[in-house]
Every structure is written in structure tokens, then in C-alpha cells.
Ligand binder design. Structure first.
Ligand SMILES: *Cc1c(COP(=O)(O)O)cnc(C)c1O
Length: 398
């Protein structure tokens, strides 16, 4: 192999050729269980007939025309997403980072329209919002930012799940226009805030006229047991971003807005050549139809609870396991030591796809269509891997 790919990823030594549901096959025909779903993208698993058919049908008609013309599927998708979320308008992009870029631009313009000269957005520690310059600047990870300074200005950072820190800023900072936050931090380690955190954020934003902007790129489309994670709190944000599971693997992102924010971006202020093209919108429409028809948020809730209970039974009293947490099918197991090598141990030893994030958290994001038996297999395999890993590595501790 020659190094014609930029070395932005250190890849595992497996390549997949096809899949079915939550099962993947590598190029040697070996079978794997997918508990990662392409990082929360393939909520409907692999080779789902509804998605396959929607894409194939649209490919036979039209792939792209540009946003200079009407796009029926884009309009339909906007109607569906606004009805599901209670938001008013949508801008379509091709990725999560681009959806957040749109949100950041929207917040700044919203601020300037109110006469605020240096609009500032509150963001949190350990957040992840993307790899473009503005979203990297919003991201709360110094390692990801290192080497790419100067960062984009206009962000102020507070600890996650700390409402007092935000109230403090409210008292001392007159140029805040928005809060951008994940309902559950994904890359940051499956960090679940207090039950009323989002309600408190909603109240602070209402009090100060700030936009509540929720990055639901990882939590959205049924993952946590509701269509969108903030629906557990009975609130509605002013801006919400989506991507990952929206297209089940066909690249599409969305920046949604409500109320005053819904009309902020006007002709000439933002755009995208590919965003919302007929192919990606047809894929996303098929995703929404399937998630709805099969009641997958409820399934995520039930199976997520089963997996979480299973892990608590298997691992709660194992020394070295710090915390077991999750909402729906977004699950994290925190260990007291770095466990990145569990990814390759699971893949090569158990033919199981998992992820480790923030160094010491095993993260599971299986397709929402997994069955009960697959859920139980995930619990037993991951528990065993963690037990063996901790037994081996804790022995050698001083
Ligand atoms: C993955 C992710 C992003 C970035 O999405 P890309 O499509 O990789 O640009 C942004 N925010 C959150 C919460 C994510 O999980």
C-alpha cells in the first residue's frame, strides 16, 4: 500500500465489503457485530431496504440541480423535520460541522441585527462541534485545536452541566447572543447532564434574549429514545443542528431554527452547492419514514435500558469501572484508566465494533434496529472484554 491518503486517521487493519442490519462482513468474508453504527450514522443499520430503494429510485431520476431551483424532496424533508421538532425553518448542509457553521453564522447575524458589535456564543468544556475553523474553535478540546491557531474569536467557554457559570457570564458579559451545547456530550465521553440542565438553559436564554442552540448531531433521530434528545425535557430550542443519522450514511446535515431566528439568514447570507440535493433528501425522507413506521425511538429506549441494566449487572462492582451511563442507545462505560486498546481487542478478538472516546470511556452507538439477542451479545462481549482488560492492567499498577 502506498501512502496516498493524508494520514489524518490511524486506521484499524480491517476493511468491510458489505453489511446487513447490524452485521458487517470484511473483505475476507468474516462477520462482525456493529455496536458503533459508523459513529451514530447508520441508525437503520446497513443495507436497509427502504434506504436502498429510495436512493436507487432517485438515482434513476436526478441527483443534483443546485439550490438555484426548487427541490421537491428538500421541501418535503423540511416540512417533515419542522413537524417532528416544532422548529420553523431548515437550512440543509452536507455534514455536521457545516450545520454548526450555519448555526454560528446565524447567531452572529442575529446579534448584529440587534446592534451587538461583537456577538459572543457560550460553549462548554469537552464539547465537540466539528473540525472546520469556527466549529473547532467552538469545540472544547485543546488537543484538537493545537496547531491550528489563531482560532476564531467570539466564543466564551464554561464547564458543562454548570448553570451557575452561565449565570455568571450573563451578569458580566453584554455581548452574548447564544449558547451552543450538546444535550449529551458524545465525543467528550457520553457526558449526561443533570435532568433539568436543558430546562435551566432554556430559562437563562429566555431571560436574556439569547438563542438556545442545541447540537443534536449525535443525539438526534431517535438515538436517545426520543426523536431529539431535548424532547426528554419538554423544551424547544431556537436553533438545532442535525447530521449523522439523518441520511443513514448519505451525507446530509441540517440547521433548524425557530421564531425570530428562523428568518435571520436571508438571500445572499449563506449557501451550499450540494446542501439538500435531491439524492440526500430522498435518503433522509426514507430514514424519517422508517424511524417513524418502526417506532425506533421507543425501540432505542427499551433496548438501551436493557443494555444499561445488563452492564450494571455485569460490571457495577468490578474494580476499575468508574461509571456506567447512557440514554437510549447512546451508552458509555467509564474506566479509571486509558482503554483505547479495547477497540482493536474487540474488533480482532471478538469481531465486535466499539469505540473508545476521551481515552477512558467505552462508547457504544449501535444501530437502532439491533434485536434483543444482538443487544445481549454486546453486553456479554463488552463486559468480558472490560473485565479481562482491567484484570490484566490493574495487576501491574504500583
Ligand atoms: C460528529 C459531530 C459533529 C461533526 O459532524 P461532521 O459531520 O463530522 O462534521 C458535530 N457535533 C457533534 C455533537 C457530533 O457528534
Amino acid at each position: 500500500m502506498t501512502d496516498t491518503l493524508m494520514p489524518t486517521y490511524s486506521r484499524l487493519p480491517v476493511a468491510f465489503s458489505h453489511g446487513n442490519g447490524a452485521v458487517l462482513f470484511d473483505t475476507n468474508g468474516e462477520e462482525y457485530l456493529d455496536a458503533l453504527g459508523g459513529i451514530a450514522v447508520c441508525g437503520l443499520g446497513h443495507n436497509h431496504p427502504a434506504i436502498r430503494q429510495a436512493i436507487a429510485e432517485q438515482a434513476g431520476k436526478l441527483l443534483h440541480t443546485s439550490n438555484l431551483y426548487g427541490i421537491a424532496a428538500q421541501q418535503q424533508l423540511a416540512d417533515r423535520l419542522t413537524a417532528l421538532s416544532g422548529m420553523d425553518t431548515v437550512f440543509f448542509s452536507n455534514s455536521g460541522a457545516e450545520a454548526n457553521e450555519a448555526a454560528i453564522k446565524l447567531a452572529r447575524l442575529y446579534g448584529h441585527n440587534k446592534g451587538i458589535e461583537r456577538p459572543t456564543i457560550i460553549v462548554t468544556e469537552n464539547s465537540f462541534h466539528g473540525r472546520t475553523m469556527a466549529t473547532l474553535s467552538a469545540t472544547g478540546n485543546r488537543r484538537a485545536q493545537a496547531g491550528f491557531e489563531p482560532l476564531v474569536q467570539g466564543f466564551v467557554r464554561v464547564p458543562y452541566n454548570d448553570i451557575d457559570a452561565i449565570k455568571n457570564i450573563a451578569a458580566n458579559h453584554s455581548e452574548v447572543v447564544a449558547i451552543l451545547v450538546e444535550p449529551i456530550q458524545g465525543e467528550g465521553g457520553v457526558n449526561i447532564p443533570a435532568d433539568d440542565y436543558l430546562n435551566e438553559l432554556r430559562a437563562v436564554c429566555d431571560k436574556h434574549g439569547w438563542l438556545l442552540m442545541l447540537d443534536e448531531i449525535q443525539t438526534g433521530i431517535g438515538r436517545t429514545g426520543k426523536w431529539f434528545a431535548h424532547q426528554h425535557n419538554g423544551i424547544v430550542p431556537d436553533v438545532m443542528t442535525l447530521a449523522k443519522a439523518l441520511g443513514n450514511g448519505v451525507p446530509i446535515g441540517a440547521c433548524m431554527a425557530r421564531g425570530d431566528a428562523a428568518q435571520t439568514l436571508t438571500p445572499g447570507t449563506h449557501g451550499s452547492t450540494f446542501g439538500g440535493n435531491p439524492l440526500s433528501c430522498c435518503a433522509a425522507l426514507a430514514v424519517l419514514d422508517t424511524v417513524e413506521a418502526d417506532d425506533l425511538p421507543a425501540r432505542a429506549e427499551t433496548l438501551g435500558r436493557r443494555i444499561l441494566d445488563g452492564f450494571k449487572q455485569q460490571l457495577a462492582y468490578v474494580e476499575g469501572v468508574v461509571d456506567i451511563r447512557g440514554k437510549g442507545l447512546m451508552i458509555g462505560i467509564e474506566l479509571d484508566m486509558d482503554c483505547a486498546e479495547l477497540v482493536s481487542r474487540a474488533l480482532l478478538g471478538r469481531k465486535l465494533l466499539i469505540n473508545v472516546t476521551s481515552g477512558n470511556r467505552v462508547r457504544l452507538l449501535p444501530p437502532l434496529i439491533i434485536d434483543q439477542q444482538q443487544a445481549d451479545t454486546i453486553v456479554s462481549m463488552v463486559s468480558e472484554l472490560i473485565r479481562v482488560f482491567l484484570a490484566e492492567n490493574r495487576k501491574s499498577l504500583p
